[in-house]
Design a protein around this ligand. Structure first.
Ligand code: ATP
Length: 271
């Protein structure tokens, strides 16, 4: 693995249409690198899977794209801007949302929160914002639950509501952190359909996942991570036994013939 360049570099010109460009990026917590020398790009309308074991740095990369964790070498450019400057056009669906299920808030109100990034927190959302939020909720198949209390929904339904909140933001880049963990098949289908619609509208999508089947189903490209990048490119070129073995270690893989059935998420050999 090549050593990253020392010190933040000046980003090279962004080709027209690149939604996310990561160039030899190192991301660190308190000076300790969690992820080194990542080099990838995502085009509008393209979906990229971040794949790697627990502690590999998938969430860290997502946080760096949001501008929440510093890039200490290389660069990350989001929609032609530094990450923190692009947040208005970037939606994020976290792994386990910070919304307290006991908090008395309706499903419709959660989705409407997606509009605040556009309207600002001081302005009341208008009729157009409510329409956009209602359409987003319909897109994830939960229009009939608009008035329900968020906390009364199942885990899968809550995840769909959080995706609707992200859709209502009308993002150009959508970041999803393990969106399918503990989600029932119906909700999985609804999430996949909603993601496909966003893609068709030209949004770029990045999904952190342990699920290789999902990566094959929903993603154009994959980025294999385990503190370093072990591969980036079209799914069929990158999700291969050899590269998965390099990323996870062979004990972590279940093979059938030459096909990887499962890559166990807990295999972080560097931790
Ligand atoms: N706030 C933090 N401060 C210091 N170190 C952190 C922080 N957050 C994560 N790390 C470390 O960074 C490394 C990468 O963690 P990260 O959560 O990005 O991995 P991940 O691939 O998303 O894992 P998982 O699949 O378990 O969610 C881990 O070693 C973790 O302990």
């Amino acid at each position: 693995m090549a050593e990253p360049a020392s010190g933040p570099a000046t980003p090279t010109a962004l080709p027209v249409g690149v939604a996310l460009r990561i160039e030899h990026a190192t991301v660190a917590y308190d000076g300790t690198p969690a992820l080194q020398d990542v080099d990838a790009q995502v085009l509008p309308g393209e979906t990229v899977a971040l794949i790697g074991p627990n502690g590999a740095g998938k969430s860290t990369l997502i946080k760096a794209v949001l501008g929440l964790v510093p890039v200490t070498a290389g660069t990350i450019t989001v929609l032609g801007k530094p990450p923190a400057a692009a947040r208005r056009d970037v939606a994020y669906v976290p792994q386990a949302d910070t919304l307290d299920p006991e908090f008395p808030i309706s499903v419709a109100q959660v989705v409407l929160m997606g509009r605040y990034r556009r309207t600002g927190w001081l302005r009341r959302p208008g009729r157009a914002d409510r329409r956009i939020a209602a359409e987003a909720l319909a897109q994830v198949g939960l229009a009939d639950r608009a008035k329900a209390r968020f906390g009364t929904l199942s885990g899968g339904q809550r995840q769909r509501v959080l995706l609707a909140r992200a859709i209502a933001q009308q993002p150009r880049l959508l970041l999803l952190d393990e969106p399918f963990n503990g989600v029932d098949a119906l909700s999985q289908d609804a999430l996949l359909t909603a993601i496909a619609v966003l893609k068709r509208r030209g949004a770029a999508v990045v999904i952190s996942t342990h699920d290789l089947t999902l990566a094959h189903l929903a993603c154009d490209a994959a980025c294999l991570l385990n503190r370093h990048m072990y591969g980036f490119g079209p799914v069929h070129d990158v999700i291969t036994p050899a590269l998965l073995r390099a990323t996870y270690g062979s004990q972590a893989l279940e093979l059938r013939g030459d096909r990887v059935i499962v890559a166990h998420p807990i295999a972080n050999r560097h931790a």
